[in-house]
Write a protein that binds this ligand. Structure first.
Ligand code: ATP
Ligand code: TZP
Ligand code: MG
Ligand code: MG
Length: 270
């Protein structure tokens, strides 16, 4: 991976200031909007089925997140997703809690069958459940299921013909052809709700400016996680409340040079 390109893609997000249309959950809405703003993207949350097609087609990316799903919202997600597909706008899906309930699993599978998604981002259990594997999941947090996360990501990418991002202590990104491991981040990210959801929307911002979605995702992960490392260094003694705020500060400060210098990326297969 060209570490220089990661920095350039971050720079491009700030230059383009892409509109990111989010249909997301009620837990993370404000944090997601502030995180995207801090990074240099332009967030909008729009949910009404009467307007989502219009909003999705003018956006740089559409992010669908099923964290607090209901029938009205799912209907809007499908309308928005189809409109984005027609206009060539990349759609990123966060299948929050897939596997925890049958309704979440079925909904995530319905979305990937009716909308062509550019990227799927979740923890290992969520991704496994979207593609029909049975991993344990506790609520919206990854369970203790073991397994080969790289093989799982590659299987999911082939099955869904999309880029798959599985996050955790280490992250896997694959489009089925090329596969990367990203080793940045900090465990305190798991103590603030919405850090995964915000990351999915950040991937949307990067996908809006970089056509190679796997490379966009790697650049997004590195930029986000390097910012998180600095934020953690400053606040880990104080705790997750201070970290949550400092993450927003560092998302606005993380530079192209920081991402290129501190990014830890391994390309594992061609
Ligand atoms: P979960 O529901 O399992 O918490 P999530 O949707 O919140 O999942 P995470 O997998 O926690 O998403 O990923 C959010 C961010 O936290 C990612 O950038 C990821 O790399 C980072 N992260 C998660 N766990 C760790 C860890 N143990 N060490 C370092 N970074 C981590
Ligand atoms: N419950 C439903 S959605 C949600 C919770 C706690 C937020 C999950 O956010 P993340 O980013 O997966 O931790
Ligand atoms: Mg989490
Ligand atoms: Mg999540």
């Amino acid at each position: 991976m060209d570490m220089h390109k990661i920095g350039e893609t971050l720079q491009k997000v700030r230059e383009v200031n892409p509109l990111v249309h989010n249909i997301t959950n009620v837990v993370v809405t404000n944090f997601t909007a502030n995180g995207l703003l801090a990074l240099g993207a332009s967030p909008v949350m729009a949910y009404a089925k009467e307007e989502v097609a219009d909003m999705a087609k003018i956006a740089g990316a559409l992010v669908l997140n099923i964290g607090t799903l209901n029938e009205t919202e799912i209907e809007a997600m499908i309308i928005a997703g189809k409109s984005a597909n027609e206009s060539g706008v990349p759609v990123i899906l966060d299948p929050v809690g897939a596997g925890a309930t049958a309704y979440r699993t079925q909904t995530a599978r319905k979305i990937v069958s009716e909308v062509q998604i550019a990227a799927l981002r979740g923890n290992a259990a969520e991704v496994a459940n979207v593609v029909g594997e049975n991993w344990t999941i506790k609520g919206v947090d990854a369970g203790a299921g073991a397994g080969d996360v790289i093989a799982l990501a590659q299987k999911a990418a082939e099955q869904l013909r999309t880029t798959v991002v599985i996050t955790g202590k280490e992250d896997v990104v694959t489009d089925g052809a090329k596969t990367y491991i990203v080793r940045n981040g900090h465990p305190i990210l798991t103590k603030v709700t919405g850090t995964g959801c915000l990351l999915t929307s950040v991937i949307g911002a990067f996908a809006a400016v970089e056509k190679d979605i796997a490379e966009a995702a790697v650049a997004a992960l590195v930029s986000y996680e390097v910012a998180a490392e600095v934020a953690a260094k400053k606040t880990v003694e104080e705790g997750p409340g201070s970290f949550q705020i400092e993450l927003l500060n560092q998302l606005s400060k993380v530079s192209a040079a920081d991402a290129a210098q501190y990014g830890s990326v391994e390309k594992i297969a061609e």
